[in-house]
Design a protein around this ligand. Sequence first.
Ligand SMILES: Cc1cc2nc3c(=O)[nH]c(=O)nc-3n(C[C@H](O)[C@H](O)[C@H](O)COP(=O)(O)O)c2cc1C
Length: 453
Amino acid sequence: MSGTSGDGMHLNLFTMNSVEHVSPGSWTHPGDRSAEYTDREYWTDVARTAERGGFAAVFFADVRGVYDVYGDDRGTAVEKAVQTPSNDPGYLVPAMAEVTDSLGFAVTKSTTYTHPYQLARELSTLDHLTDGRVAFNVVTSYLESAAANLGLDGRMDKGTRYDRADEFMDVCYALWEESWDDDAVVRDAERGVYTRPDGVHAVDHEGEFFDVPGPHGCEPSPQRTPVVFQAGSSDRGRDFAAANAEAVFCSQPTEAGVREYMEDLRGRAADLGRDPDSLAFFPGIVPVVAETDAAAEEKYERLTASVDVEATLALLSGFLDMDLSELDPDQRIEHIETDAIQGTMNAFTTSDPDREWTVREVAEFSGLGTTSPVVVGSPETVADELAHWYEEVGVDGFNVKEVVRTGSLDDFVDLVSPELRERGLLADPAGGTLRERLFGGGPRLPADHPGRS
Ligand SMILES: Cc1cc2nc3c(=O)[nH]c(=O)nc-3n(C[C@H](O)[C@H](O)[C@H](O)COP(=O)(O)O)c2cc1C
């Protein structure tokens, strides 16, 4: 059974407020618009197109630090625009919301490098301005280079980052869910009472990482807590996702890997007293689509040929916290527990025990969307594949990754969305908050979510 409302698959456009996201080198394609990422018009075009294609949300990745692990130097990453330069995603949301009616916006924010009081305020503001269309993609960050810029001696180890994330979310939930009563704001002009003081409460949080007395500075927004997105993949990360995520992003390149991850996370959620079927799963996919299978194959060959292998290795070195320039290209990737992104490591080691990957193979595969399956074909072929994942594997939808911008999105919306609609496979619910559109219930966190108790 799926975590979402069951009225069809939901789509998120996985993108980043930067030149390059997860398809390094793609900005060099003729007609690619990635370099327009600094323009508001680029993003309002993306928003309109995504909404036209029935997308539930645009999911903005975000990174702190620079990819300087490869060759122990940031030269490659900077030269090739590997997620640098990038701008803050949150500021795009009001502009994109202005030109759309129902599109949601998942904004990545790091619990390692922000403060919960500040972040709760920012996301409440966005939830107000979008009439409840905001999600919080909770990450703990991974690049060592992020820490020094924020006055820290070094990157916290992963266990500490997740300890901080646990407490961070406790503070946010208290501010969003408990600080203001539903009927605190009365706006009684006759009596001159905007808010009843006895309806606004301190949260009195005193912890290991934060002391936050409260109250929250914002009145309740439509969803109060934004929809919680998460993608933890290490053991600790899975516990964190099971406790917090309403929607989970899967980074496994194979069906077996996604199935294992879903089952494991549902088990962990049940152990925490949550309805395991309330979690929604979104694997990444990289669609390469054209009018016919043959034309799509040709396009795929063209895109693969122009993958920037060195830029890909610089990106992956950051994801894995491992300098891939030091390895022989024909060397097999050996599994390690990384202090960076475990999901990327697992994708090429544990997620399919029958498949071994060399450094060269990983770089070539990852050049188009990193660890997600690439689906190549006509609209019918791509829809068949998505239908299989939705109906047989039980995922709730997809995190659609771009190669060419905005060509990949345009192709999907013009060719695949109509096919999915015709087959009744695309969830296209109108109105309401993002949480209502995704899950079909009310605008608030469900009662069994730890953030409510
Ligand atoms: C699909 C996916 C998207 C992610 N997006 C981001 C991101 O935008 N920014 C970020 O700092 N981390 C991102 N991450 C990293 C994680 O959310 C997490 O912080 C990291 O993987 C370390 O924890 P883990 O080893 O438990 O997964 C992403 C991971 C996945 C699988």
